[in-house]
Design a protein around this ligand. Sequence first.
Ligand SMILES: Nc1ncnc2c1ncn2[C@@H]1O[C@H](COP(=O)(O)OP(=O)(O)OP(=O)(O)O)[C@@H](O)[C@H]1O
Ligand SMILES: [Mg+2]
Length: 454
Amino acid sequence: MSETVVQHLLLVDDEDGFREVVAERLQEFGYRVEQASTGEVALERLNEFAFDVVITDLRLPGVDGRQILDEAFARYPEIIAIVITGFGGVREAVEVTRLGAEGFLTKPFQFEELVHALNTATEKRRLKAENAYLRAQLQDRFKIDGIIGRTPIMLELFELLRTVAATPSTVLITGETGTGKELAARALHDASPRRNQRFVAINCSAIPETLLEAELFGHVRGAFTGAVANRPGRIEQANRGTLFLDEVGTMSPALQAKLLRVLQSREFERVGDAQTIKVDVRVVAATNSDLKKMVAEATFREDLFYRLNVIPIRVPPLRERRPDIPLLAQTFLDRFAKESLPARGKVTTTQDAQQALMAFDWPGNVRQLQNEVQRAVPLSESDEVDSSDLSISQVRNVSEGGGDTNFTLLEGVERNAIVQMLKETGGNKLETAKRLGIGRQTLYNKIKAYGIET
Ligand SMILES: Nc1ncnc2c1ncn2[C@@H]1O[C@H](COP(=O)(O)OP(=O)(O)OP(=O)(O)O)[C@@H](O)[C@H]1O
Ligand SMILES: [Mg+2]
């Protein structure tokens, strides 16, 4: 499956004016650009996110361009690097090429020269990865089965999933709600030797306790009222494939015991039957409760916990990988914009919206972000989603300390504006929303969030 993805570019230069102009033009060109004014900041950014391209000045005070190239290639061997310098010597050009840079430009240069260098480098990369296998490997590093993420913590998760997929071991996936546990379970299956067999999912919390047993183990005719025929359970259906036990922490003690036996010997009986059935299933379980704590409180069997927790995989909450937020948001924007208005061009976010998305804590994680974007797309009347289209009214600064002041300030200003406008329109909400330039639903949300009396 091929799709055109936005290229993420890190631009490093200590000359603010120059850097900002170049960044702006690159953005117009379709790149997503992050800027760093020092080598130190550049290293930090590289630590947080897997860029496709780094463009850096060679001479910088402190950490210089060479060190940036070293770090960039050490972390991301496939990154494209282009060096800019004020003093174009042959010696420097040779040196940076030896370090792995694809292009070398001397200031002053025409923007077209930079574009040319970028295109040449990208094309070279493409040719190198012409081989389908290599190309797949390259893409895989940043994505596995639709799980999007470019933060090192996610790249590690992808690698872990790929490694573990090759083994038959039982896996326990933990993580808060909406982090992508089910996606991870599917990725495990799709990357495993069992990929051509079935992936059978069962949500243990969604099925009433009394039905769960028959659902899992199957039943024979007459086993209970309503059992009119023999029926295989999910475990049998998953034979030779993968069984995904979602919300495994909600299982009753009786069922826990029965599941333990399946994990120990891959054996069980259908409800109402004496005949033992043997299966070959790979078990992947997921939970957003703290099973260890439940073991300590004796609500979850310790032996079952150890049988499930053979390979623990933790999917990190979104707030631990904030640099992925713009990438995820843009992916969802593209998806929903295409869905809701196919004729509409590219939809992006304003600086304000971007900041709000970055600052929010996302207790519902990626699912919440996805819902937020889906809701905002039809609300925005232009090709940009603004912060006023977003319902996340709790704007908090993520960076150290002062965050709360920022929150109150923003909140206060916004609240006042709404109260004022409501007064002016005699409490007419439709008119208020119109005059404030925000959607009606956004206004309702904010009125509620700020506790404004109307
Ligand atoms: N990294 C990601 N990239 C793209 N989409 C994601 C990612 N993580 C989650 N999603 C999307 O977010 C939604 C929630 O993901 P998923 O159902 O896998 O979460 P979960 O951890 O199983 O949540 P819960 O504990 O509530 O069951 C899905 O629509 C999924 O496609
Ligand atoms: Mg789930």
